[in-house]
Design a protein around this ligand. Structure first.
Ligand code: AMP
Length: 402
């Protein structure tokens, strides 16, 4: 029996196929540039590449069909229960206030995902297209939706409410939702496992630092606050997104600089962040670290501002949690940049947080601890695995444990 996980992005779709027993990964694939010129497909089985070719993919549904054909060619899509795919888990970015856990897909759930497309226009529609294609391809399989927002549903009202006129919350549902929840939940539980701690007794700050960046304050497995907000624009500085900003600056852009709403949004999402600060034509942290190392002052400023904001949130969340046992770094930057981790932790000894620079610099696979032996707060680098997290959620839904 196998479980298939789909992860639809704004222009890509990834699948991962797991053996249901033990959740061993058996195959994965990806279609990039969906809906653009020359989409491309890659597929690998047991870690070895078996296909890399151009593909027709006008939408996520067509991309999924092409990837499922690869599964068939690899003999991984048998028709019977023993060999075949018994459940499909779909990552869905926005489930609004209603979706607090993964659920079986019903017509009502599809309607809800379509409704929240207004708040996640680049992500919810491809997820829905993927779900509909999967329902046709695997009519007998359980279809499960796992929401990025669900993990943050446990935030208290005081953390998610914006101080706007009440009807904007009540009627328009303008509030903090938070994103990357599947990743935050996964690394929190991995941290508890590594520390040998009961999740229920653990207070941690999780830092998902990738192309998009967000942090969460987690107490006992429940999110108490998070840095992304109504949309994934709020909070940390990101590759091309500005993060926290005085809302009046947006009006200034519109009124004084003549930008329309879509142009202002495009500026803040795609022309800001590390890209804008460093001024080297790249928002990729690897390029920025290199330029800073070569003495480019704005690249150094970008790095410092990026890390400073992470540090500010660590302090804020230690206060929100009333204490701190662990800080977890994950995703592309969190897992691979000792510089960002060092800068973000520097000067936080007063919180009981001491990084061991030698351990920080050492690479390695799996969960790594980078705190000094004397550090009261444990510092961990944990590779995220959203696909495995979704597969675990699928099993819990199918077994009715959730
Ligand atoms: P993700 O969205 O998790 O794939 O993260 C992508 C980002 O991780 C890239 O934009 C890079 O900025 C960053 N990244 C990946 N590898 C490294 C590295 N070795 N050092 C610094 N940053 C890295």
């Amino acid at each position: 029996m196998k479980i298939l996980v789909t992860n639809a992005g704004s222009s890509s779709l990834k699948i991962t196929c797991f053996a249901a027993e033990g959740l061993q990964e058996v195959a994965k694939g990806m279609v990039e540039r969906i809906g653009q010129a020359s989409p491309a497909l890659r597929f690998s089985q047991n870690g070895g590449q078996v296909a890399s070719r151009p593909v027709e993919a006008a939408d996520a549904g067509q991309a999924l069909r092409a990837l499922v054909a690869c599964l068939g060619e690899a003999g991984l899509n048998g028709a019977d229960q023993e060999e075949g795919i018994v459940a499909v888990g779909h990552r869905v970015v926005h489930g609004g206030e209603e979706m607090t856990r993964p659920v079986l897909v019903t017509p009502e759930i599809k309607e809800l995902i379509a409704r929240y497309a207004a708040l996640a226009p680049l992500h919810n529609p491809p997820s829905l297209a993927g779900i509909e294609a999967a329902q046709e391809l695997f009519p007998d399989a359980a279809q499960v939706a796992a929401f990025d927002t669900a993990f943050h549903a446990s935030m208290p009202e005081r953390a998610f409410i914006y101080a706007l006129p009440w009807e904007l919350y009540e009627q328009d549902k303008i509030r903090r939702y938070g994103f990357h929840g599947i990743s935050h939940g996964f690394v929190f539980h991995e941290a508890a496992r590594h520390l040998g701690a009961e999740p229920s007794g653990l207070k941690a700050v999780t830092c998902h630092l990738g192309n998009g960046c967000s942090m969460a304050a987690v107490n006992g497995g429940a999110a108490r606050d998070t840095s992304m907000g109504f949309t994934p624009l709020e909070g940390l500085i990101m590759g091309t997104r500005c993060g926290d900003l005085d809302p009046a600056a947006v009006l200034y852009l519109q009124e004084q600089k003549g930008l329309g709403p879509a142009e202002a949004l495009e500026l803040m999402n795609h022309r800001s962040g590390l890209l804008a600060l460093a001024g080297i034509g790249s928002g990729d942290l690897r390029d920025i670290e290199q330029a800073a190392g070569e003495g480019a002052p704005r690249a150094q400023l970008a790095l410092d501002a990026f890390a400073y904001r992470i540090k500010k949130y660590i302090g804020a969340y230690a206060a929100a949690l009333g204490g701190l046992d662990a800080v977890v770094f994950t995703a592309g930057i969190g897992e691979n940049s000792p510089t960002v981790r060092r800068l973000a932790c520097a000067g936080l000894e007063f919180l009981g947080l001491e990084i061991d620079e030698k351990l920080n610099q050492e690479g390695g696979e799996g969960v790594r601890e980078i705190s000094a032996p004397s550090s009261r707060v444990r510092l961990l680098v944990i590779p995220t695995n959203e696909e495995l997290a979704i597969a675990r959620q699928v099993l819990r839904v199918v077994r009715r444990e959730d």
